[in-house]
Write a protein of this length. Structure first.
Length: 123
């Protein structure tokens, strides 16, 4: 992985799509279960864990491994930017299905649940 590839790159925003995708997030020290709450080709909002801004992580989903860097983190969620934009694989397919369904951002696809926004930034 290039040392400065993400740090020096400007953040390019594309519409994030609301999803509910369970993943395994791995750092150099540990692996943990997490959930991707919204997704685009460039990055994701991950809930259920957090690492410090700048930390590099590996996201595993159905045999696909995606490398990313944490751009910001809170107690139980974080935003990550992918090292390489999603263009293929199971996670990209889930994104395409969600986008084709035209679901609003706060709609979850696989596992309906109540979204609690108290104390959180509503996007």
């Amino acid at each position: 992985m290039a040392t400065h590839a993400i740090k020096d790159a400007p953040i390019q925003r594309r519409q994030r799509i609301g999803v509910d995708i369970p993943v395994i997030l791995t750092t150099v020290l540990e692996s943990m279960e997490a959930t991707i709450a919204d997704l685009s080709e460039q990055g994701a909002l991950i809930k259920g864990c957090a690492v410090p801004a700048g930390a590099r992580v590996q996201i595993d989903y159905l045999g696909q491994t995606i490398y990313a860097q944490c751009r910001w983190g809170e107690v139980d969620r974080m935003g990550v930017q992918f090292v390489y934009p999603l263009a293929e694989g199971p996670l990209f397919e889930r994104l395409q299905v969600a986008r084709a369904a035209g679901m609003p951002r706060d709609t979850v696809i696989a596992f309906p649940q109540t979204r609690v926004l108290f104390g959180r930034r509503a996007h």
